[in-house]
Design a binder for this molecule. Structure first.
Ligand SMILES: Cc1cc2nc3c(=O)[nH]c(=O)nc-3n(C[C@H](O)[C@H](O)[C@H](O)COP(=O)(O)OP(=O)(O)OC[C@H]3O[C@@H](n4cnc5c(N)ncnc54)[C@H](O)[C@@H]3O)c2cc1C
Length: 377
């Protein structure tokens, strides 16, 4: 195992893997992952959706900038397409007119593929919506499913193919900087590099503290999900992901089953999070109230952490005070759909390169760890 690299990337989730992939094109990189496999935490627990209208402005810019990579990945990156058409439908019952109009305007700002649906058209898309009082829906046609595992493995395979290493069981315990170089103590030994990328997900502030950096104010929030059986005899595979305008639940088809979530965002400390029974009960109640679906017994329940700073944007770039310490954190609920562009941005900033034209829509100052008010409540 090589102990010295140009870059050490702490965290083998999608943020670390994507940054490492871009860095490894011109530099030697080692990814240090605490767990025995990459993607064990948030990355392996997502709903795997690409939705350009989702998130605050810089997230939307990173999502749009990622689309060409998803649509046409580099040769050999993945055996199958990374995206599968899905669509995302937001519906409203009586009283939800303003929410429908606002959502339609938002989707139009990022996509030409938007349709306002009458109640009958909405029911043609998702026949289980409760028809009584249904106002209609907005369909974001170019929302897609993402093959998250193929994306993660594609990044990591690329890193290894270029001579980089991915070391699991390498939880970072201490960081010390001497003579312009970091010495990083891990469960798998000591590693050295002039620059460290902090892609530790919900643990990024804890890793920052080890390096002497001020916290960016990251708040991990629990989001829970369940898988349940689709109604017998009903072909659900072609349904779009659908959600109510008040964001009480969303549902999307998932390999013959349905994936549901109560949209919860419960602040917690970083840990190996599990779904609370109440989260699942809340999701089932909302699903059964607003649709004709019946959730008898969830096949599987889980939760993951979505980590946010105060303004909801990502935190990408050089720490304002600690030299050679670069953040790739705060991916919130969008870390998969933004990964190709977020990784490219992180790598360009870490290498001191000019930003490529593909990132022209992104404002690095608005995602910088040096931006004012970052950690404010
Ligand atoms: C239920 C749910 C649904 C979601 N749906 C979507 C979606 O549809 N689309 C989308 O784009 N996003 C979605 N997300 C968000 C997405 O999953 C996250 O934004 C993304 O996975 C964050 O990636 P990450 O690499 O920052 O974090 P992680 O995947 O958590 O990776 C961080 C890694 O750092 C490691 N680590 C921590 N401390 C150390 C240490 N000291 N030393 C070494 N390694 C360390 C951890 O073990 C972990 O593997 C969803 C999230 C959840 C929970």
């Amino acid at each position: 195992m090589q102990a010295r690299s140009d870059f050490l990337v702490i965290g083998g989730g999608i943020a670390g893997a994507s940054a490492a992939w871009w860095l490894s094109r011109t530099a030697s990189v080692t990814v240090l992952e605490l767990e025995s496999q990459p993607g064990y935490h948030s990355t392996g627990r997502s709903a795997a959706l690409y939705m350009a209208s989702y998130g605050p402005p810089q997230v939307r810019a990173l999502t749009l900038a990622s689309r060409p990579f998803f649509d046409v990945p580099p040769p050999g990156f993945a055996e199958h397409p990374l995206l599968t058409p899905r669509g995302a439908l937001l519906f409203a019952h009586e009283g939800g007119e303003a929410a429908l109009a606002a959502h339609e305007a938002l989707v139009r700002s990022v996509s030409a593929g938007v349709r306002r649906l009458t109640p009958a058209e909405a029911l043609a898309q998702v026949p289980v919506l409760r028809p009584k009082g249904l106002l209609g829906a907005v369909l974001e046609e170019d929302a897609t499913d993402i093959d998250v595992d193929a994306l993660l493995q594609g990044f990591l395979r690329g890193v290894r193919a270029r001579g980089g290493q991915v070391v699991c069981g390498a939880g970072v315990q201490a960081l010390r900087r001497t003579g312009g170089e970091w010495c990083v103590q891990t469960g798998a030994g000591e590693f050295r590099a002039p620059v460290v990328i902090n892609a530790a997900g919900a643990w990024a502030d804890a890793v920052g503290a080890l390096a002497g950096a001020a916290p960016v104010g990251l708040v991990p929030k629990r989001r829970s999900a369940l898988l349940f059986s689709a109604p017998e005899g009903m072909a659900t595979g072609g349904w779009p992901m659908f959600m109510d305008a008040a964001h009480e639940f969303y549902v999307k088809p998932d390999a013959g089953l349905l994936l549901g979530s109560p949209f919860n965002a419960d602040p917690v400390v970083p840990h190996d999070v599990q779904a609370e029974e109440l989260d699942i009960a809340i999701a089932i109640d909302a699903i059964e109230r607003m649709t004709t679906l019946t959730v008898r017994r969830p096949r599987h329940v889980w939760a993951g952490l979505r980590s946010f700073v105060a303004d909801g944007e990502c935190v990408i770039g050089q720490d304002p005070l600690v030299p050679g310490f670069v953040w790739a954190a705060g991916q919130g609920g969008y870390g998969i759909q933004t990964a190709p562009a977020a990784g490219e941005l992180c790598a360009a900033l870490a290498l001191g390169h000019a930003l490529p034209a593909s990132l022209a829509g992104v404002d690095p100052a608005a995602v910088s760890p040096a931006r004012p008010g970052l950690a404010e409540e």
